[in-house]
Design a protein around this ligand. Structure first.
Ligand code: DHE
Length: 541
């Protein structure tokens, strides 16, 4: 696909506006190979934060005017060394020539990739096993409720790990730099989305996990969910794409594409945006509805899927740039990070309205967040932050704890910034947070854990990477994404090392906070997100 994508990119490349106001000196040029290579690197490494059209989101805008102001040398330095503003260094991944070419590429007019409509989706759609040829009962003895679908980021695969035995049950090929897994309402099917827009549907009823359908829903994607409301269980899947900016409704059993809806529109600032990417999607259990968060416009769409021919969307204004989020414990309210605005938006899905926009410390990044009952403030939802060393607690109970509702009731100090994910479980009294993107190894290797019944006691810092006992290499061993098992008595963390280094998953006993098992395997390349079937199916976090 990359070949085609980049061929397509090159065909649509627009010539640089020679002599434009920003041009200084001769127009930047690259050979065909260098341009193609830089386009590929930009797509793989940069577009997620800066946008395909380089208009900026979590990362700065990199349109030629802005890039030209920085100039070739400064761009090369930023790409090599990173910045204090949170841009990572690439000198350990990219060669000097690649950095030089990429800097030049950024001074050129952005490529406009092609659209991806119904014809393209249908042409890519494959039902490997038709519904009537699939098993009518479970053909394995695995407790599939406790299976974890583990992202193997750099091999473009997921590992399905039996949570009871901690053994790899199967490894399944998926899309490029595969991102997240979500479950059908029944818990039988796992839907896995790759960054290249490839969606795979894995059936857990076979003897081994088996891909039964595949489709490519766009050129760049991050999110997928399913229909969970009574009467619609397993009926639909919905996928959001970054490019083209749109979401698609698919048949939940076959992945047949049924409807595509563009998200290009005017945003909360009253300006048209050509690339409003679909960030997180969650599925309501109180209505036939998905909550679809559009990053660049700051618009939250409540999409009523009860009649997809006459689709109804409620559009809620919040703030830019929407990213990830999750339900409160009652599953009526959805809380989402407008991360570059340093805000959490709260949607009341029962009323179909914005309930609050809450200011937080810089760059909240909750994953799906964590819900628990605070001894003093009642039910709260937690997020950690990329640019602040705190876990923010927000009151979520407007009925019985009105004074605290939609307010930051507490900020718990953690061992560092650079955090991506927080986690707890209804049966646990621990609240965990990673700091995976912190530049210092000791911080990135460790997690913070609080006893939620005794928050005054302060946190414990645990170096999880050490527990894995992996050999030290040049790459950081980033500890990322806690996920509980079905019972809620173990938490699993990934130790995410380099593509060619050994990685691992560390299983921690939640009560004792001691290491219980380390899952290692040469095939387990760069594990990151882990999705326990039962918890994901029921939105338990
Ligand atoms: Fe993610 C969730 C986008 C980089 C691991 N990530 C999400 C969601 C979005 C998103 C929109 C919410 C999906 C949903 O709930 O429907 N992620 C992006 C990016 O745009 C970004 C910043 C850059 C990119 O180029 O992709 C990015 N993400 C990463 C990583 O580098 C991570 C750490 C490792 C990896 O595997 O790629 C990563 N993102 C995750 C994980 C989740 C996620 C594990 C799901 C968390 C959960 O508990 O649900």
């Amino acid at each position: 696909m990359f070949k085609n994508f980049h061929r397509a990119l090159l065909i649509t490349v627009l010539p640089l506006a020679a002599g434009s106001a920003y041009a200084q000196g001769p127009a930047p040029t690259l050979t065909k190979e260098a341009k193609e290579g830089s386009a590929k690197i930009y797509f793989e490494r940069c577009a997620g934060c800066h946008g395909v059209l380089r208009k900026g989101a979590t990362g700065k805008g990199l349109e030629p005017e802005a890039s030209e102001k920085l100039g070739q040398q400064r761009l090369e330095k930023i790409l090599s060394d990173g910045t204090e503003g949170g841009m990572p260094n690439f000198d350990d991944i990219l060669s000097k020539d690649e950095i030089k070419n990429l800097a030049t590429y950024l001074r050129m007019t952005p490529d406009v990739p092609p659209e991806w409509g119904m014809k393209d989706m249908k042409a890519s759609w494959k039902v490997h096993i038709p519904v009537d040829k699939r098993p009518t009962k479970k053909m394995n003895t695995i407790n599939t409720n406790n299976v974890f679908s583990v992202t193997l980021r750099d091999s473009g695969e997921v590992a399905l790990i039996d949570g009871d035995t901690k053994k790899i049950w199967g490894i399944v090929k998926t899309g490029y730099a595969v991102h997240i897994s979500r479950l059908s309402y029944s818990g039988r099917y796992v839907y896995v989305i790759g960054r290249d827009g490839r969606l795979d549907m894995i059936d857990l009823w076979y003897e081994k996990p088996t891909t039964v359908a595949t489709i490519k829903i766009g050129l760049d994607a991050r999110s997928v969910d399913t229909s969970k409301f009574k009467g619609f269980e397993d009926k639909y899947a919905v996928v959001g794409s970054y490019w083209p900016p749109q979401y698609a409704v698919l048949d939940g059993y076959t992945l047949e594409p049924l409807k595509i809806v563009s998200t290009r529109s005017i945003g909360v600032d009253g300006e048209y945006h050509p690339e409003p990417r679909v960030a997180s999607i969650v599925s309501s259990q109180i209505k036939p509805e998905w909550v679809i968060n559009v990053k660049e416009t700051g618009l939250i769409k409540l999409v009523d899927y009860s009649d997809i021919k006459n689709l109804k969307e409620t559009t809620i204004e919040s703030a830019k740039f929407l990213h990830d989020g999750g339900w409160d414990a009652s599953k009526r309210y959805f809380l989402v990070a407008a991360n570059a605005s340093n805000k959490i938006a709260v949607v009341d899905t029962k009323e179909g309205k914005l309930a609050a926009l809450i200011d937080t410390k810089p760059i909240p990044h909750p994953g799906r967040g964590a819900n628990f009952v605070h001894p003093k403030f009642g039910p709260v939802w937690a997020t950690s932050h990329l640019k602040a060393d705190v876990i923010t607690l927000i009151g979520t109970d407007p009925e019985k704890n009105k004074a605290n509702a939609w307010k930051v009731v507490q900020e718990l100090k953690m061992h560092g910034s650079g955090s991506l994910f927080v986690k707890t479980h209804p049966k646990s009294s621990n609240l965990w947070a990673d700091a995976a993107l912190h530049p210092e190894p000791e911080v990135a290797e460790s997690v913070t854990v609080y006893d939620i019944k005794n928050l005054d006691k302060g946190p414990e810092k645990i170096n999880v990477a050490k527990m894995a006992g992996l050999p030290k290499t040049k790459a950081l061993q980033r500890v990322v994404h806690g996920e509980y098992n079905e019972k809620g008595d173990e938490i699993w963390f990934s130790v995410w090392a380099g593509k060619t280094d050994p990685s691992a998953i560390v299983v921690i006993d939640d009560k004792t906070r001691k290491m219980k098992a380390v899952i290692k395997d040469p095939k387990m390349i760069t594990p990151t997100g882990k999705f326990n079937v039962y918890n994901t199916q029921h939105d338990i976090y």
